[in-house]
Write a protein that binds this ligand. Sequence first.
Ligand SMILES: NCc1[nH]cc(CCC(=O)O)c1CC(=O)O
Length: 362
Amino acid sequence: MSGPTSADAAAAAAGAAGKVYRIGTRSSQLAMIQTNIVRSALLARHPDATFEITAMKTMGDKDKVTALHSFGAKSLWTMELETLLLDGEVDLIVHSLKDMPTQLPAGCAIGSILEREDPRDALVMKAGSPHRTLADLPPGSTVGTSSVRRGAQILARHPHLRLANVRGNIDTRLRKLDDPEGPYECIILAAAGLLRIGSHHRITAYLSAPTMLHAVGQGAIGIEIRDGDADVAALVAPLSHAPTMTCCLAERQLMRTLEGGCSVPIGVETKFLEADPAGTGEGDRVHVRASVSSVDGTRCVEVEDTFSLNDGGAPRAEEVGRLVAQRMLERGAGVLLEEIQKSKDAEAEAETAAAGEPAVEQ
Ligand SMILES: NCc1[nH]cc(CCC(=O)O)c1CC(=O)O
C-alpha cells in the first residue's frame, strides 16, 4: 500500500470541503467507539466536510444464524456492510481489523490501518472470584471462550480446565460471566476491546507469549474502501500508522498463506523494531512469533524470527508473512490445518442440520 504524496493529500484536503462522506459500521458499542475515533480523525483534518455514520447489525451480531457456513463464517461481520460500500450507500467502513476476512471481496480494499491498541488477550475473572491466574483455577473450572485459538492455547498449558462457548458483544459476555448462576469462572477477551469501551478495570491479567499468542489483526482498526476510489483513498490514507500497517499486513499474509481463514487456531505476536538511531547500519525490522495448534492444544507448530524490512513497504511486510507461513508448513503446520479443516467440515454439516450458532470468534 503506497502512501499518498503530499500533492495527493493537498488535493484531497481541498476536495473534501463541503462534501458528505458516509461511514458504515456495525452498531455494537465497540464498533461505534472505533467509528467515532475514525470520524474525529477525519473531521480534524477536514473540518469543512461532513461525515455521517450508517450503523447496522450484521449477521454476526444476531444470535442465531442459519446455514452460516454457506457464507463463509468469517464474512459474517462484514458482508452486508461491503454490499453497502459497493452499492455506493457508504464510502468507507470501519472494522476491527481482526474481523476482516484476509481475502476481501472483489472491488473492496483496505484504505488504512490505524495505530494498534494493546493487541494482547486479557483474562477476566468473574466478579468476586478469589483467583488471579488460569493456573490458580481449581480443576474443572470453566473458561468462557468461543475462539478455537484461545481454547487450544489454554488447554495446552492448563489441561485441567474446561472450555465453554460464550457469545455476544463484550458487555453481553461480561454480563454472562458475572451471572451467579452462570457456568463461567472466567472469560478471555481482547484487551483492546475492553480498553476502548472503558472496562480496563475488568482485566485481571494480560496474556501473552509464550502462554497466549493473539489473533491476526487483533487490536487494530481497519478502514475498508472501494478499490480505485482515489478520493476516499487519499482521505483515509493519512490515518494509517506505518508500524501497525507493517505488522498487520505481515500477519494477514501469514494467515492467507496458511489458508486459515476462519476459526483456525493461528496465534501471532508481531513487534515493529525501529532502526537504531545511533546508526548501526540496521534498518527497521519486524519480530514475528506465530503458532498453529491442534484444537485440543496437544500439538503446536511455532516459528519465531526477526526480519529486516529494508524499506520494502507493504510488499516486504507481506513477504515476511509468507516466509513465516512457509517455515510453519515445513515444520508440519499443514497436517494440523488439514485436521482442523476436516473437523470443521463435520461441524458445519451438524450445524446445518441444527441451524446452530456460528463459531466465528477469533
Ligand atoms: N469478533 C469479536 C471481536 N472483534 C474485535 C474484538 C476486540 C477488539 C480487537 O480485537 O480489535 C472482539 C472481541 C474480542 O475478541 O474480545
